[in-house]
Design a binder for this molecule. Structure first.
Ligand SMILES: NC(=O)c1ccc[n+]([C@@H]2O[C@H](COP(=O)([O-])OP(=O)(O)OC[C@H]3O[C@@H](n4cnc5c(N)ncnc54)[C@H](O)[C@@H]3O)[C@@H](O)[C@H]2O)c1
Length: 394
């Protein structure tokens, strides 16, 4: 296999084909070495190649979401080179189910060391994300991390630093940002200006759901409840469309699973935008069913509704409809994974920054941690990491 690899040059974030990074200790495959270049310099001297050898991708954590990643990685033309899960039986069944003939590991650090993949997809419980991202990034391995990027401000600081210092790309799965109707909604918001916004997530997650994984429903491993897990996407969209709030007043509580989970199942928040606009948010996993997640906007002359990836209405009139892709996984996950993963590899190949890195994905983490800290009081949303500036205050 090694002999078939494309040649690498030593330009920072520069690859001859498919975005591979030069490995530590030199130029694997004996390719032409172009020393001492600044980023972006010298690409014309890299030998052009029509080589389309897939990148070698590993999946870490082979649970519910991992299959969606396998499908998206394959659709993007890349290959799965190794799998990792602490549950040996599960990873074996996963490999069989998806027809993956590749080494399996129980220890992700060992996988990184022995396989040296070009990229890893992190699909593990929340408390492991930051640590796993940092180790891979320090080895200059590209990382696509499932949401949330991390669960504390200290971790956000650390992972932001690791991403800035790495030659590899960090991406985070906020896949709804790739939904066509949301892009359209964002365009309308930019065109008309938003006076007020609202997000609603009302889903049903019962005791059986929380018992399905030991990490669920625990502060130390999930980092929170409905906000940091289910409603994170909708809050991210609201800030992505309307702008980053400066303050929040929030309440969190446990309406139906007290004694089962130690985190919130219900949350309300009023966010303030620096320009004076307000964003209201309500989220619960105590609903009787999975209702469509909603974003609503009021501009000077429009009321706009987005719901469940499939409806966009202005003044009550349907203006766009999009059917979900049944191959994408659960309906509430939307259809964005495939496009996000494709874009991740396109960006690496084209040496463009991926649009959802640590800074972008950190915004919703800062909003959620401010909600958790609010306890009914008006609090400032913590600043973005000036690396080393954040502590574990939240
Ligand atoms: N983007 C989305 O819409 C979306 C949807 C679902 C889940 N997710 C996210 O994906 C992640 C995984 O969620 P899930 O529902 O697949 O959970 P899951 O519990 O089904 O799967 C997690 C897997 O990680 C494995 N694991 C635990 N510790 C590990 C370790 N140290 N090394 C390797 N593997 C380990 C577990 O054995 C399990 O198989 C979470 O961050 C979740 O929030 C995102």
């Amino acid at each position: 296999m090694q002999g078939q690899k494309p040649l690498h040059c030593e330009c920072r974030k520069t690859y001859i084909t498919k975005g591979r990074l030069p490995k530590r200790g030199g130029n694997r495959g004996g390719g032409r070495h172009l020393p001492g270049r600044l980023p972006g310099e010298g690409r014309a001297e890299c030998p052009a190649s029509s080589d389309t050898t897939p990148m070698r991708v590993s999946i870490i954590g082979c649970g519910a979401i991992a299959g969606t990643h396998v499908a998206a990685v394959r659709a993007a033309g890349q290959e799965i080179c190794a799998l990792c899960d602490i549950d040996r039986e599960k990873v074996g069944q996963f490999a069989q189910r998806f027809g993956i003939d590749a080494p399996v590991y129980a220890d992700y650090a060992e996988l990184l060391e022995r396989e040296r993949p070009d990229a890893v997809h992190i699909c593990t419980p929340h408390h492991l994300h930051a640590e796993m991202c940092c180790l891979a990034l320090r080895k200059n391995i590209h990382v696509l991390c499932e949401k949330p990027l991390c669960i504390t401000l200290g971790e956000l600081d650390e992972v932001t630093r690791a991403a800035r210092e790495s030659r590899a790309t960090l991406g985070v799965c906020l896949q709804n940002r790739y939904e066509p109707n949301l892009l359209r909604l964002r365009g309308l918001a930019a065109e008309h200006g938003v006076n007020a916004g609202m997000g609603i997530v009302a889903w049903k997650r019962d005791e059986a759901y929380y018992r399905s994984g030991e990490w669920r429903g625990r502060k130390a491993t999930e980092g929170g409840g409905v906000m940091i897990n289910q409603a994170l996407h909708t809050l991210d969209l609201l800030q992505w469309i309307c702008g980053m709030p400066s303050h929040v007043t929030a309440h969190i509580g446990n309406d139906h699973l007290s004694g089962v989970i130690e985190v919130e199942d219900t949350a309300t928040a009023l966010f303030e935008l620096p320009g004076g606009g307000k964003l209201s948010f309500f989220a619960t996993t105590a609903a009787g069913a999975d209702f469509p997640a909603q974003v609503q906007l009021v501009t000077a002359d429009k009321r706009i509704l987005y719901a469940d990836s499939s409806l966009l209405a202005e003044q009550g009139r349907l203006v766009a409809r999009q059917l979900n892709d049944p191959a994408a996984g659960k309906r509430v996950w939307g259809t964005g994974h495939r496009e996000l993963v494709a874009d991740f590899y396109r960006c690496i190949g084209a040496e463009r920054p991926f649009p959802i890195g640590a800074e972008e994905a950190g915004k919703v983490i800062r909003l959620i941690l401010a909600m958790y800290a609010s306890n009914g009081n008006r609090v400032a949303v913590p600043e973005a990491p000036g690396v080393g500036a954040l502590g574990d205050a939240f």
